[in-house]
Ligand binder design. Structure first.
Ligand SMILES: *Cc1c(COP(=O)(O)O)cnc(C)c1O
Length: 368
C-alpha cells in the first residue's frame, strides 16, 4: 500500500521536537497570540525573504484579508487561473469583487499571462498568481501587465512554500502573498493555519488590523475587522517543522527527479520545470490519455493518487452563473481530464517510486 501522503511517517521522525513544543505552549497557556506566534512570524518571514509576515487562521482567510488590505475598487474584476483550488476565486467574490477566469499555461499549468492580458478590461484591478503544484508562475509578464494596466498582483502561495522565481522566494514578487498551513501542504500545521507576506509596511499593517478586529492594540478599534488568528499550538508546531522544510523540499525534488528519470520515453507526460525557477513539488502531476482507467488500475495495486483538480473552476456549479463555455479555457478544460497526481513526499522511498512507475507504464496508452 502506497499512501498519497504520509503525515504519520513525518510525525514519527520529529515526535520529540513536536511534543516538546506543544507541551511548552500548554504549560505557558500561550494559546492565542504571544511569543510562539511572534517567533513563527519572524522565522517564516526570514524563510520567505519577506519584510513582513502576518499569521492568520487559514489560507482562505489569508487570501480574503490580503484582497481586502489591497483596497481594490469595490466590484472591480480580479483575474484568476481556471485551474486552482476554489479558495482562490472564492476569496475574490467574498471580498466584493468579480472573478474573471483565464486559461493556464500548457507547459507549467500556472496562469497564462497572454490569456490574462486578453481578459483585462477597464474594470480589472488585480491578477491572482497561483503558484500551483509548487511551480512558480512566470512572474515577469504578469508584473509587466500590472505596470501597464495599473493592476495589483496577489500571489496565492498555498502550494509553494520555499519556491523561487529567478532567485526570489514567492510571496513578495507581487504586492502581497498568502500561504496555507493546512496539514497536507509542504509546511503543514496540525490543524488550520495561514499567513500573509509582503514587502509593503502599509499592507502588512492593514492586514494585521483586519485579521484582529480592526485593531493593533487592545480596544483601539480603528476599523471593523474580523477574527482570523493562528493559535499558539499551531505556531509552535510550525516553528519546529519550518526547521526541517528545506531538507523535506530537497527530498521532494529528489522524488520528482526520480519519477522523471523512470518515466522518460514513455506515454506519460511529466511536469516541466521552467528555467530559473525552484519547483517545490507540492504535487507531482502527470498527464495520461486514459486517466480514469490508470487511476483505477493503480488503486487496485494499492497505489493512492489524486486529481488536482477534476473540474476546472469555471465549470463548477458555483460558477455556472458566469456563463463560461469549455471553449473559453481549452487548456484547463482538456487537462482536467488527463491530469493525475502521484504520491510525492519526503518519506517516499525509491523502491516505492519504482513500483508506481512500473504500474503506470503498464497501464497507460498513447492516446494523448
Ligand atoms: C490549500 C489552498 C488554499 C486554501 O488554504 P486553506 O488553508 O485550506 O484555507 C488556497 N489556495 C490554494 C491554491 C490551495 O491549495
Amino acid at each position: 500500500m502506497i499512501k498519497f501522503l504520509d503525515l504519520s511517517g513525518q510525525y514519527e521522525g520529529i515526535k520529540d521536537e513536536i511534543d516538546g513544543a506543544i507541551s511548552s505552549v500548554l504549560s505557558e497557556c500561550a494559546f492565542i497570540g504571544g511569543k510562539h506566534v511572534k517567533t513563527f512570524e519572524e522565522a517564516f518571514a526570514a524563510y520567505q525573504n519577506a519584510a513582513y509576515c502576518v499569521a492568520v487562521g487559514n489560507g482562505t482567510d489569508a487570501l480574503e484579508i490580503a484582497l481586502e488590505a489591497l483596497q481594490l475598487n469595490p466590484g472591480s474584476e480580479v483575474i484568476v487561473p481556471a485551474n486552482s483550488f476554489i479558495a482562490s476565486s472564492e476569496a475574490v467574490s467574498r471580498t466584493g469583487h468579480k472573478v474573471v477566469f483565464c486559461d493556464i499555461d500548457p507547459g507549467n499549468y500556472t496562469i497564462n499571462a497572454e490569456d490574462a492580458c486578453q481578459r483585462i478590461t477597464g474594470k480589472t484591478s488585480a491578477i491572482m498568481a497561483v503558484h500551483l503544484q509548487g511551480h512558480p508562475c512566470d512572474m515577469d509578464p504578469l508584473l509587466k501587465l500590472a505596470r501597464n494596466h495599473d493592476l495589483k498582483i496577489i500571489e496565492d502561495c498555498a502550494q509553494a512554500h520555499g519556491a523561487e522565481y529567478k532567485g526570489a522566494r514567492v510571496g513578495c514578487i507581487g504586492d502581497i502573498g498568502t500561504f496555507s498551513f493546512f496539514p497536507g501542504k509542504n509546511l503543514g500545521a496540525y490543524g488550520d493555519g495561514g499567513a500573509i507576506v509582503t514587502a509593503n509596511p502599509g499592507l502588512a499593517e492593514r492586514s494585521r488590523k483586519i485579521a484582529n478586529h480592526g485593531r493593533l492594540t487592545k480596544y483601539n478599534h480603528e476599523i471593523e475587522g474580523r477574527n482570523s488568528r493562528l493559535d499558539g499550538i499551531q505556531a509552535a508546531i510550525l516553528t519546529v517543522k519550518l526547521r526541517h522544510l528545506e531538507s523535506w523540499t530537497e527530498k521532494r525534488r529528489f522524488v520528482a527527479a526520480t519519477y522523471k528519470k523512470l518515466l522518460k520515453d514513455s506515454d506519460i507526460i511529466t511536469p516541466v520545470e521552467m528555467d530559473n525557477v525552484r519547483h517545490v513539488y507540492h504535487l507531482f502531476v502527470v498527464r495520461v490519455g486514459n486517466r480514469n482507467f490508470v487511476q483505477k488500475e493503480l488503486k487496485e495495486h494499492g497505489i493512492a493518487t489524486g486529481i488536482h483538480y477534476p473540474v476546472a473552476l469555471p465549470h463548477l456549479q458555483a460558477y455556472k452563473h458566469l456563463g463560461y463555455s469549455s471553449d473559453d479555457f481549452p487548456v484547463a478544460t482538456r487537462y482536467s481530464g488527463e491530469i493525475l497526481s502521484l504520491p510525492v513526499y519526503p518519506e517516499l522511498r525509491t523502491d516505492q517510486i519504482e513500483c508506481i512507475c512500473k504500474h503506470l507504464r503498464n497501464t497507460t496508452s498513447s492516446s494523448l
